[in-house]
Design a protein around this ligand. Sequence first.
Ligand code: TRP
Length: 386
Amino acid sequence: MARGARSPEDITPAGDAESRALRPSNSLFEDDMNTFKPLVFSGVQPTGNLHLGNYLGAIRKFVALQENNDCIYCVVDLHAITAQLVHDDLRGQIRSIAAAFIASGIDPKKHIVFNQSAVPQHAELAWVFNCVARIGWMNRMTQFKDKAGKDRENASLGLLAYPSLMAADILVYRATHVPVGDDQKQHLELARDIAQKFNIDFQDKIRLTDTGVDMVVGEEPIHGYFPLVEPLIDGPAPRVMSLRDGTKKMSKSDPSDLSRINLMDDQDEILKKIRKAKTDPEGLPSDVEGLKGRPEADNLVGIYAALADKTKEQVIAEFGGQQFSVFKPALADLAVHVLAPITTEMRRLMDDTTHIDAILRDGGERARARAEKVMGEVFDIVGFLR
Ligand code: TRP
């Protein structure tokens, strides 16, 4: 499988670069994206409650990127039925993700906020991609292996094909940049592989239909239809770990609610969870190196850094050598300070769903208009009649 020459680390913008425009002049665009108009796309599944990991790892990046870029943020409800078919309140979950987007500061007028099932072209393009992607590619996905567990034969076909739908989500808008947590890196590489194979397999048709653009992939100039997406994975806490076990990701599905801070937690809950967060007997080290091999300490410092928009070095410069009895209350205060306004606004939005529903409807219409155009071109390239 051919890939762009650069690893995601190379393209990850440093520091405040995210809020800069992803213009062709930006180093992000020096090679393989230079002919696609920059467009940011990301998705969040409406399963379980959003927690601090989702906020720091994803939503906050979405907010930063909207300053200078065209962005589409999607509640991926079609993905929600891949691991579990029947949900108690899927609609409520969809609304609560949308409410979290809005409460966190995403502007649904300047950008697009919608739910995936409102735009049928996602599923339509996913079907084409199911025929582009190889079963072997899907079988190698670590998320599939984790979620399917031992009994793979009994996993849904949708769970196996999940990354193909994810590629379609992005590429049905020919989006170029995707802010995600680092657990999604492999899925984005697969999206690149799908785009690449589509571009190569259909290269003659792409020329004939005059729908493609010139791009350079690695060293090689090609004329393709789909961009090779760039993951945007960075920040001091790209991976927020469980408060009970610093080696496990903070997760919606952890049976212990003490393991995570939910976006809807009230102040008392946040204070309690941080007070009870697991730590080792030592205090904070005097330099960042000292966090190695101490996953719980590292996690709490990472969370503080992310919430304060600082580096871990800066946090250690401030708290190095101190006991957790000093650091934890400071962290709790900070968490409450950052999260309380979001929680309050989310609750307000969830109290009267007409507003959220109207936002999603409007976003869905605008998204569909764009997706229809791309899907029409895909019909032409593949050779379906329309
Ligand atoms: N798989 C992503 C996750 O679990 C959610 C997702 C679906 C997504 N489609 C996407 C993320 C497209 C980015 C772009 O976090």
